[in-house]
Design a protein around this ligand. Structure first.
Ligand code: 2HA
Ligand code: ZN
Length: 271
């Protein structure tokens, strides 16, 4: 058996949480990440038959029974993951009836799955149906995106449109746009269901006055999606109170998307 601390999926979680913390996206216990693991790869580092304990889920995860995830822990700080991954992260496999998860590694202090695990698993289910290569669900509280959700209407067409206008690269990075939810109680199955519904169409979902969810095939892709939104939101927050002299107009956005050959939400432009 190989040393789990050398596993690429553990290294990647350590690196990503540290990066996100330093960007100011994950204060205190803010944010959570889950990554779908390849069973054969995980089996090189772990005895997959040795369940440390069983964690009830409180919702039906039967469609992804048997799948394994590495997940940040409830109440744990991104700031601390790198120094102590075995306490702050866990690896679980969803039981065959979809009602619980078997802990295979981590949460060494008796800890639990992130409070947002319902949203994570429901979003994985939605994204796997849209794209079987999906692996990562990432949630955080990026400063400017959060600020923008206080001063911009929470409508997915206008929110996406405003961000596309801020930086030329945006329509290339998230041509599928951004889903937007109003403020909702977090940590619940209801916000999980609402997020997963959006995730059928979008890889990014803003939670009004809270933060953002991203989904992708790799940690880099998912991080890059959120990073690009946050950059555009920063430009918005730096300029929203100033007279607008120049803008990328809708004809130019369409020209750009068509030049790049990306499938974009043309209905989000006013052409
Ligand atoms: O895990 O970010 O949404 C802490 C949170 C809750
Ligand atoms: Zn949050």
């Amino acid at each position: 058996m190989k040393d789990i601390f050398t596993a690429p999926f553990v290294k990647e979680m350590r690196k990503t949480t540290a990066n996100m913390y330093r960007l100011g996206w994950d204060e205190r216990n803010g944010g959570n990440i889950s990554c779908l693991l390849d069973e054969a790869e995980a089996g090189e580092y772990l005895d997959l038959n040795k369940v440390i304990r069983t964690i009830p889920l409180g919702f039906d995860a039967a469609p992804i029974a048997g799948r394994m995830f590495i997940v940040t822990g409830a109440g744990k700080y991104f700031k601390n993951v790198d120094a102590d991954p075995e306490t702050n992260l866990g690896i679980v496999r969803i039981a065959s009836d979809g009602k619980s998860a078997g802990l295979l590694w981590g949460y060494r202090d008796g800890g639990n799955l992130t409070s947002e695990f319902p949203t994570h698993l429901m979003s994985h289910m939605a994204r796997l149906s849209a794209d079987p290569a999906n692996r990562v669900i990432m949630h955080c509280h990026p400063t400017c995106t959060l600020a923008m959700s206080h001063v911009h209407e929470l409508d997915e067409k206008t929110f996406t449109h405003t961000l596309w206008e801020m930086c030329t690269e945006c329509i290339m990075v998230f041509p599928d746009g951004i889903g937007v939810l109003p403020w909702m109680l977090c940590g619940t199955n209801s916000i999980g269901e609402a997020t997963a519904e959006k995730m059928k169409d979008f890889r990014l979902v803003v939670w009004g006055m809270h933060g953002i969810y991203g989904a992708g095939k790799t940690m880099d892709e998912t991080f890059g999606l959120i990073e690009t939104v946050e950059k555009a939101a920063q430009i918005y927050m730096l300029t929203a109170h100033l007279p607008r002299i120049n803008t990328i107009n809708d004809g130019q956005l369409a020209e750009l998307a068509e030049f790049l050959g990306v499938k974009y939400r043309r209905d989000f432009l006013n052409l």
